[in-house]
Design a protein around this ligand. Structure first.
Ligand SMILES: *[C@@H]1O[C@H](CO)[C@@H](O)[C@H](O)[C@H]1NC(C)=O
Ligand SMILES: *[C@@H]1O[C@H](CO)[C@@H](O)[C@H](O)[C@H]1NC(C)=O
Length: 302
């Protein structure tokens, strides 16, 4: 009986004690809210306990440049002017969020008549931004067996975009070994940077490629671009080189023969004969001489 009474007394005392400390206490429903750009968002600041009837309520935005007022003297100001309202008692409602609203916000309540007369809570707001159409670069044609790099860049999205690549409308898996279709392809895909790198392209890698940049807010894609893979024809190259060598040989031999038979000196004289009458008609002079020389050379080859 006595014990029960004591317990009762203690309970009463502690309750009384709690009530006698007049304190302002804040809480929030969500200390890290997010929204999409141009949407609305609530930064909740609830007063759990207060005795003062007319507390002072302020909101500050805290960025790397330091804090600035967004609600002061019962008015929305600064970055949020005309884009926010206060909902009683202290919740801040942003009606049209922009990307620059991503920041920490501090709700501060000063209650002069309370013993503990000040409390604050910090809310971390993220405004997500949809990616815009990424810039994609796909090489038009790549020699078989050579390396190739496809790149994709998008810089508006927030949080930062991640990347996916598609070939002929089918998503390319991060690891070629996980897919039968891409099993033998030598690519490396980096979803963070957007690069798709082939170490050695195969014929099967030819196709239409496009990239998608995505984040929590949405995604955007670039137009498909064709990548062709062509053979470097070794036999063709050797034949080509041979033909050039043979032609050069013929020319050399031809010139030698011409020298030996004395054609060169007699042709030169003919050239001089051309020049003499040509000198008279000024403008045409140079061209006539050039044509004359050209004809001489071709006659050597033949
Ligand atoms: C939000 O702001 C943007 C520009 O900052 C404007 O284009 C858009 O119309 C606004 N939306 C609303 C619902 O007011
Ligand atoms: C991959 O290469 C191996 C050996 O060259 C071949 O047997 C297999 O069919 C190829 N797979 C695909 C999907 O092309």
């Amino acid at each position: 009986m006595a014990k029960a009474r004591l317990a009762c007394l203690l309970t009463l005392l502690s309750t009384h004690c709690y009530l006698s400390v007049l304190a302002v206490v804040l809480k929030t429903n969500n200390d890290s809210p997010w929204t999409d750009e141009f949407d609305k968002i609530e930064l909740s600041c609830l007063i759990e306990s207060i005795s003062t009837t007319n507390p002072r309520i302020e909101w500050k935005k805290i960025t790397n440049d330091g804090p600035s007022y967004v609600y002061f003297d019962k008015k929305i100001s600064g970055d949020l002017e005309n884009r926010a309202v206060i909902r009683e008692p202290a919740t801040l409602l942003i009606t049209n969020a922009t990307r620059s609203d991503t920041a920490k916000y501090r709700c501060e309540v000063t209650a002069a008549d309370d013993q503990k007369s000040f409390d604050e809570i910090v809310i971390n707001l993220v405004v997500r931004v949809k990616p815009v159409v990424p810039k994609c670069s796909v090489p038009k044609s790549v020699p078989f067996g050579k390396s190739a790099e496809l790149s994709c860049v998008e810089e508006e999205g927030f949080p930062k975009s991640q990347y996916q690549w598609f070939k002929n409308r089918e998503e390319i898996p991060d690891d070629p070994k996980t897919s039968l279709k891409f099993f033998n392809s030598s690519y490396m895909l980096n979803a963070e940077t957007g690069t798709l790198k082939f170490i050695a392209v195969r014929k099967e890698d030819a196709g239409e490629y496009f990239c998608r940049a995505k984040n929590d807010a949405g995604y955007a894609e670039c137009a498909p671009q064709k990548m062709e893979v062509y053979d470097i024809d070794i036999v063709g190259i050797i034949l080509g080189v041979l033909v050039v060598v043979v032609v050069l040989l013929c020319i050399t031999v031809g010139i030698c023969c011409a020298y030996k038979r004395g054609y060169f000196s007699s042709q030169k004289q003919t050239g001089n004969n051309y020049k003499v009458p040509a000198k008279g008609d000024g403008v045409d002079y140079v061209r006539t001489e050039d044509e004359g020389d050209f004809r001489h050379k071709s006659s050597f080859v033949i």
